[in-house]
Write a protein that binds this ligand. Structure first.
Ligand code: AMP
Length: 111
Protein backbone atom coordinates (compact mmCIF):
# COMPACT_ATOMS: atom_id res chain seq x y z
CA UNK A 1 0.00 0.00 0.00
CA UNK A 2 1.29 3.45 -0.84
CA UNK A 3 0.36 6.67 0.92
CA UNK A 4 -2.64 8.35 -0.72
CA UNK A 5 -2.02 12.11 -0.89
CA UNK A 6 -5.77 12.65 -1.33
CA UNK A 7 -6.77 11.21 2.05
CA UNK A 8 -8.83 13.59 4.19
CA UNK A 9 -6.10 14.28 6.75
CA UNK A 10 -3.61 15.12 4.00
CA UNK A 11 -6.18 17.64 2.74
CA UNK A 12 -6.55 19.07 6.25
CA UNK A 13 -2.75 19.39 6.50
CA UNK A 14 -2.73 21.29 3.19
CA UNK A 15 -5.59 23.50 4.50
CA UNK A 16 -7.80 22.35 1.63
CA UNK A 17 -10.51 21.50 4.11
CA UNK A 18 -11.04 23.02 7.56
CA UNK A 19 -10.63 21.44 10.96
CA UNK A 20 -11.44 22.43 14.53
CA UNK A 21 -7.83 22.89 15.59
CA UNK A 22 -6.69 22.22 19.16
CA UNK A 23 -2.90 22.40 18.80
CA UNK A 24 -0.27 22.72 16.11
CA UNK A 25 3.50 22.84 15.97
CA UNK A 26 6.08 22.02 13.26
CA UNK A 27 5.55 18.28 13.70
CA UNK A 28 1.94 17.60 14.55
CA UNK A 29 -1.58 18.88 14.11
CA UNK A 30 -4.38 18.10 16.54
CA UNK A 31 -8.07 18.74 15.94
CA UNK A 32 -11.49 17.59 17.13
CA UNK A 33 -12.90 14.41 15.66
CA UNK A 34 -15.92 15.25 13.51
CA UNK A 35 -17.84 12.31 15.02
CA UNK A 36 -16.87 12.34 18.72
CA UNK A 37 -17.10 9.10 20.70
CA UNK A 38 -16.47 10.80 24.07
CA UNK A 39 -16.93 14.22 25.67
CA UNK A 40 -13.43 15.05 24.43
CA UNK A 41 -12.32 13.29 21.27
CA UNK A 42 -9.39 14.71 19.37
CA UNK A 43 -7.08 13.38 16.71
CA UNK A 44 -3.31 13.88 16.66
CA UNK A 45 -1.54 13.49 13.34
CA UNK A 46 2.09 13.86 12.31
CA UNK A 47 2.82 16.35 9.54
CA UNK A 48 4.53 13.59 7.55
CA UNK A 49 2.95 10.97 5.30
CA UNK A 50 2.83 7.78 7.35
CA UNK A 51 -0.04 5.43 6.55
CA UNK A 52 -0.48 3.93 10.00
CA UNK A 53 1.37 3.20 13.24
CA UNK A 54 3.31 0.30 11.73
CA UNK A 55 4.57 2.54 8.91
CA UNK A 56 5.41 5.25 11.47
CA UNK A 57 7.30 2.91 13.82
CA UNK A 58 9.21 1.27 10.97
CA UNK A 59 10.00 4.29 8.85
CA UNK A 60 9.99 7.50 10.88
CA UNK A 61 13.43 8.39 12.15
CA UNK A 62 13.89 8.12 15.88
CA UNK A 63 14.21 11.90 16.39
CA UNK A 64 10.88 12.45 14.69
CA UNK A 65 9.26 9.67 16.72
CA UNK A 66 10.60 11.14 19.96
CA UNK A 67 9.39 14.62 19.02
CA UNK A 68 6.00 13.24 18.01
CA UNK A 69 5.46 11.58 21.42
CA UNK A 70 6.75 14.70 23.14
CA UNK A 71 4.09 16.71 21.27
CA UNK A 72 1.46 14.17 22.35
CA UNK A 73 2.59 14.68 25.93
CA UNK A 74 2.32 18.45 25.50
CA UNK A 75 -1.25 18.16 24.23
CA UNK A 76 -2.17 15.92 27.18
CA UNK A 77 -0.76 18.58 29.52
CA UNK A 78 -2.43 21.48 27.70
CA UNK A 79 -5.80 19.78 28.05
CA UNK A 80 -5.08 19.01 31.71
CA UNK A 81 -5.71 15.32 31.13
CA UNK A 82 -2.95 13.88 33.33
CA UNK A 83 -5.04 14.24 36.46
CA UNK A 84 -8.42 13.70 34.81
CA UNK A 85 -7.63 10.59 32.76
CA UNK A 86 -7.74 9.71 29.08
CA UNK A 87 -7.28 6.93 26.57
CA UNK A 88 -5.33 6.78 23.33
CA UNK A 89 -6.39 4.53 20.45
CA UNK A 90 -4.91 3.97 17.04
CA UNK A 91 -6.33 1.80 14.28
CA UNK A 92 -4.14 -0.05 11.80
CA UNK A 93 -5.54 -1.42 8.57
CA UNK A 94 -9.07 -2.21 7.50
CA UNK A 95 -9.35 -5.16 9.91
CA UNK A 96 -8.14 -2.82 12.67
CA UNK A 97 -10.97 -0.41 11.93
CA UNK A 98 -8.85 2.21 10.15
CA UNK A 99 -10.80 4.48 7.81
CA UNK A 100 -8.34 7.28 7.14
CA UNK A 101 -4.94 6.09 5.97
CA UNK A 102 -2.81 8.82 7.49
CA UNK A 103 -1.40 7.73 10.86
CA UNK A 104 -3.37 9.27 13.74
CA UNK A 105 -3.99 8.86 17.43
CA UNK A 106 -7.45 9.20 18.92
CA UNK A 107 -7.22 10.95 22.31
CA UNK A 108 -10.44 10.53 24.29
CA UNK A 109 -11.59 11.61 27.73
CA UNK A 110 -14.93 11.80 29.51
CA UNK A 111 -13.68 14.63 31.70
P1 AMP B 1 -9.97 5.76 11.95
O1 AMP B 1 -11.09 4.79 11.95
O2 AMP B 1 -9.02 5.52 13.08
O3 AMP B 1 -9.29 5.88 10.61
O4 AMP B 1 -10.65 7.15 12.32
C1 AMP B 1 -10.84 8.20 11.44
C2 AMP B 1 -11.53 9.27 12.25
O5 AMP B 1 -11.49 10.46 11.51
C3 AMP B 1 -12.99 8.98 12.57
O6 AMP B 1 -13.17 8.98 13.99
C4 AMP B 1 -13.75 10.13 11.91
O7 AMP B 1 -14.84 10.58 12.66
C5 AMP B 1 -12.66 11.18 11.79
N1 AMP B 1 -12.83 12.14 10.71
C6 AMP B 1 -13.11 11.88 9.41
N2 AMP B 1 -13.15 13.02 8.70
C7 AMP B 1 -12.87 14.03 9.58
C8 AMP B 1 -12.75 15.44 9.46
N3 AMP B 1 -12.93 16.08 8.28
N4 AMP B 1 -12.46 16.16 10.55
C9 AMP B 1 -12.29 15.55 11.75
N5 AMP B 1 -12.38 14.21 11.92
C10 AMP B 1 -12.67 13.46 10.85
Amino acid sequence: MTYDEENIFAKILRSEIPCDKIFENDLVLSFRDINPKAKLHILIIPKKPYIDIADFLENADINFQTSFWSSVNKIISLLDLKSKGFKIITHKGKDGGQEVFHFHLHLLSDS
